[in-house]
Design a protein around this ligand. Sequence first.
Ligand SMILES: Cc1cc2nc3c(=O)[nH]c(=O)nc-3n(C[C@H](O)[C@H](O)[C@H](O)COP(=O)(O)OP(=O)(O)OC[C@H]3O[C@@H](n4cnc5c(N)ncnc54)[C@H](O)[C@@H]3O)c2cc1C
Length: 490
Amino acid sequence: MMRLKCNIGRGPVDPCSTAARGPREGGLTIDGSDLTGRPVHVIGGGLAGSEAAWQLAGRGVPVVLHEMRPGRQTPAHSTGGLAELVCSNSFRSDDAETNAVGLLHEEMRRCGSLVMAAADAARLPAGGALAVDRGRFSDTVTAALADHPLVQLARGEVAGLPPADWDQVIVATGPLTSPALTQAIAALTGAEALAFFDAIAPIVDADSIDPAITWRQSRYDKVGPAGTGSDYINCPFDRDGYDAFVAALTAAECVPFKDWERDTPYFEGCLPIEVMAERGPDTLRFGPMKPVGLTDPRTGRRPFAVVQLRQDNALGTLYNLVGFQTKLRHGEQLRVFRTIPGLERASFARLGGIHRNTFLNAPRLLDQQLRLKAMPRLRFAGQITGCEGYVESAAVGLLAGRFAAAERQGGVLVLAPPPTTALGALLGHITGGADVASYQPMNINFGLFPPPDGRIKGRDRKRAQSARARADLAPWLADQPAPPTPAFAG
Ligand SMILES: Cc1cc2nc3c(=O)[nH]c(=O)nc-3n(C[C@H](O)[C@H](O)[C@H](O)COP(=O)(O)OP(=O)(O)OC[C@H]3O[C@@H](n4cnc5c(N)ncnc54)[C@H](O)[C@@H]3O)c2cc1C
């Protein structure tokens, strides 16, 4: 077997220099024989890039994996290890029967995921969650890739658009993509299609909104280009309820910004709801909670204030609270937002947040194989596509690696996984299912899956969705080249 040397400790790489080119172009050292095929270049050795490289190499496709650390760190990373976990050490629930991220774990294991195998080997006691020893996890991923004969690890920043002779590239540079590459991507996509902060408003499962209290109506019954005049779900407040809500909002506890997040440009156009509330008792009533153009059918009158919910995905299973981006702590969000009339029993598919986060408007810019429509040789993976979380980022890396491998091996495209699976639901959301206008990072959740047949509720509904996903993944996997199944000592 040929063996590639790890290229550790280089400084920033000019992507147009020979040092940044793949092995065939002559810059990097190969022990033994030459590569038989052109490499796919993966930029970013985080969760997504590491998984993509593994999936490519496992299918016999040479990879050059570019990672700028340790020579250049992001504000959140601190090591040179691949797949460094920058915050929590948890991959969240490992319950594949009733939890969407647990189901995603299982699907990734079935696809021969390196990230999941390394997580299983580094597992720590954590009840129903999959928590890992972060050092061991990162070391396992790093060693598996550094030792792989088809993977070349190139240390250095890719500080601009990849050169034209990198004919297949996966960009997996994450929420803290280096500024030079960010600028190059923005020049390609248009700056408005690339966000630098997320401003996440909470999202609720449509079937947990109380229809006895809320009603459907667009402001002034406007139909608009794609509406019906009743596109929004409205939650009405009377004066006392509104005053109590504003008081609760201003008293609730927030998550502080990190030092490197402090110069937040979002303050110009996207104020957190609690910051607006602090500006005065009527600010919300004349802002996102204004009741004009709306009539509560139960009273025949305009309410004192209104929270509007707008459809968030093509399936119509999720609704976001319009204008409710927030830095409140998650527990506080649940407590305060469940006082909104009609949301007393709301189930939240996503809670709000505001963080530094570089991500594309993927549903607008990417095709169903995660390629940039404007430059298909560039594929995107991980959090830069607008998925959220370690597991989701690795899952999108897994798909990008498989798609790129299939394209390299004869131009055959692998079909996307069925939308009823966790992998398919996540991919579908990123590449078209999400609303382009309100696109914000999203964890996997059952609201992204098509509803199950019949009117099943609660945990039985989740069980039915999981059982359907498990059955539907099998034929898709059977059509794929056999996945590599990594095993590491636990
Ligand atoms: C502060 C912070 C805390 C978070 N906490 C959590 C959490 O607790 N749980 C959770 O599930 N998710 C968390 N996330 C989200 C998490 O980062 C991502 O979900 C996950 O790490 C993203 O994986 P990724 O592969 O897309 O990016 P990353 O894991 O960030 O990997 C991207 C890699 O690309 C490299 N890179 C960047 N630019 C270049 C370049 N130009 N050239 C070469 N290399 C480059 C970086 O050094 C990095 O190694 C957090 C994010 C941040 C920013």
